[in-house]
Design a protein around this ligand. Sequence first.
Ligand code: URA
Ligand code: SF4
Length: 194
Amino acid sequence: MDEFEVLRQEINQCTKCSLSKTRNNVVFGDGFRNAEIMCIGEGPGYYEDQQGKPFVGKSGQLLDKILEACGFNRKEHVFIGNIVKCRPPNNRDPLPEEREICIPYLYKQIELIDPKIIILLGATALKGLIDPNAKITKVRGEWISWNNRLVMPTFHPSALLRNTQLKKPVWEDFKKVVSKYRELVNKEHYSANC
Ligand code: URA
Ligand code: SF4
């Protein structure tokens, strides 16, 4: 079995932290196994826990719409993952110890997928991957260089659903991703909107 499938099996059976006791399904991630773009969120919500798939609820639908506007989809361009793979009860933020126990899985996913571009969706993804003290309002929209990859932090789609004023900055951030994708991966990349 390929290393990625071994990792999938390991994560799907994981009981390393207490979120394993309340989850219905582990959410490994979804998308193209060799994607050049990875989107990283916080952790599964209600629908994700029910279906075992990331970003399938309201914010997931919005994320898919944004990706589509960029000419991207889960099948061909993007892999979507989370900081923690199991749903925190009542959608509370994942605790620092839960994040710490789970994060090696994300590192391994990043290593195996080997994307050129990582999009961090919201504060938990930013803090979990880059720096626990970083502020999303401060660093969003600017490329961060991390382990030979380019990281674009932006707001979480659920923040956009609460505050429509964030739509414009998020769109600016995704436009930067599209031009970087053209520069690094495919100069012919087509998108109807930018
Ligand atoms: N929000 C997240 O951060 N991740 C998901 O998978 C769904 C909603
Ligand atoms: Fe394992 Fe991560 Fe799920 Fe905790 S959240 S049980 S560490 S997969």
